[in-house]
Design a protein around this ligand. Structure first.
Ligand code: HEC
Length: 401
């Protein structure tokens, strides 16, 4: 048989198999064929959403390139909502405490943008990466208008930060480069990875000397970009441990968490040698990281529902059960002084949690929109937090009073 026919026959049986695993309904055929072309159909059948949630997912997939007409979005979402309703999740646990917050949320302009990382800049603006819509968005603090900056190719903008001159830097997670946007002109300068294996640059952060540090998750690499020369250096980790969140300590040393293992790493800023700290529980999966002003390294243990504290001087670790319990999936985190702020991504609704590392006291709030998984969070000064609420297509500012 000619090669092409074999391939076509293979695709036919694959799609017949996909059809069998789906319940009957008007859009079964569309879902079986369209939704199994980029990833396994199990990605769909293992998730659960209400109608609004599925509308958002289907819009995201259209933005990612799924061949659906605009008038197919609602019927496909109806079919999915009927057969794959929300999964049972633990209820949010709300604890009282000394702080007061106001949570303001806004829809971003393009449906299915998947706001991934937020950025609160010193001019009062709120930025986000629209991962699926391939935009960077900026909310003007005076007018409230959100402007979208279209980015080159299908780049999957993911991590987000700013330099001292007001340029906005992002990781092009689907396209293997770091981008620098000039907000005045909308022009983007690309810094491609020097090694094609480093396909998915993930989270990025500037150190005080102006060097940009970043993780490359699935490629198990760490990177260093010098904006003056444009030079990028990469180091590869010895194991497949998925470097994820990254933060700089008070003296300028980058630390990162390894989401595929129970490790936290420290990078020597000169040699890029990596020193690993192993967390006591082999089941821990630290996902994001924040560093308090005393140099303690904090992580959200996504798998175990805990907040952890690593003392980098002696490697000792202390862990605290998150209010929502072992399946609460703590995720985006940041620090203000000695106070940690993070979100629990698997409770209904998602929460904003405050932990005072001096008193050991937890406090929590519901996120009004439900949160839709807050993948990252950042502080502006001491009185404000920026959040990206991926699955509800919103961005948020939290005023702390
Ligand atoms: C053009 C490629 C493409 C097609 C076609 C596609 N998807 Fe996806 N899908 C993606 C990508 C890329 C991601 C992963 C995003 C990530 O995790 O970074 C994804 C992730 C998902 C997720 C997980 C979402 C999350 O927020 O974690 C769901 C659910 C999903 N897809 C459902 C669907 C459905 C339903 C369809 C059919 C309507 C579909 N996909 C068709 C590319 C596609």
């Amino acid at each position: 048989m000619p090669k092409r026919l074999v391939l076509a026959a293979g695709l036919l049986s694959l799609s017949a198999f996909a059809q069998d695993s789906l319940p009957d309904g008007p859009e079964k055929h569309t879902v079986a064929t369209v939704c199994s072309s980029c990833h396994e159909l199990s990605r769909v059948t293992n998730s659960g959403n209400d109608r609004a949630g599925w509308l958002n997912v289907v819009s995201m997939m259209r933005n990612a390139g799924a061949p659906l007409q605009p008038d197919q979005v609602a019927p496909v979402a109806d079919y999915l909502a009927a057969h794959f309703p929300p999964r049972p999740r633990p209820q949010a646990v709300i604890l009282p405490g000394p702080a007061t917050v106001d949570i303001h949320e806004w829809d971003v302009p393009t449906p299915g943008s998947r706001p991934h990382d937020p950025l609160a800049t010193s001019d009062g603006a709120l930025w986000y990466t629209g991962q699926m819509a391939n935009v960077l968005g900026r909310r003007d603090p005076k007018t409230g208008v959100i402007r979208e900056y279209k980015l080159p190719e299908h780049s999957g903008p993911h991590g987000l930060t700013a330099d001292g001159q007001g340029n906005i830097w992002y990781t092009a997670n689907f396209a293997g480069y770091i981008g620098e946007l000039d907000p005045k002109t909308g022009a983007v300068k690309k810094y491609p990875m020097p090694d094609p294996a480093a396909r998915d640059p993930h989270t990025l952060v500037f150190d005080p000397s102006g060097i940009l540090w970043f993780t490359v998750q699935n490629a198990d690499r760490l990177g260093r970009l010098d904006p003056k020369s444009g030079e990028i250096r990469l180091v590869e980790l010895p194991t497949h441990s998925l470097p994820y969140g990254i933060a700089i300590d008070p003296v300028g040393i980058p630390f990162f968490v390894e989401f595929g293992s129970n490790k936290v790493g420290r990078i020597d800023p000169e040699t890029m040698a990596v020193h690993d700290y192993t967390l006591p529980d082999p089941q821990s999966r630290p996902r994001r990281i924040a560093i308090t002003d005393d140099g303690a390294v904090w992580y959200t243990d996504y798998a175990k529902g805990r907040l952890g504290r690593l003392d980098p001087k002696d490697g000792s670790v202390k862990e605290f059960a998150s209010p929502g319990g072992p399946t609460s999936n703590p995720y985006g985190i940041t620090a203000i002084g000695k106070v940690l702020w993070y979100s629990e991504s698997n409770v209904t609704p998602n929460t904003l949690v405050r932990f005072d590392s001096v008193t050991g006291h937890f406090q929590s709030w519901k996120i009004p929109s439900g949160g839709g998984v807050v993948r990252n969070m950042m502080a502006r000064g001491t009185g404000e937090l920026a959040l990206a609420c991926s699955g509800v297509n919103k961005v948020a500012l939290v005023e702390i009073r």
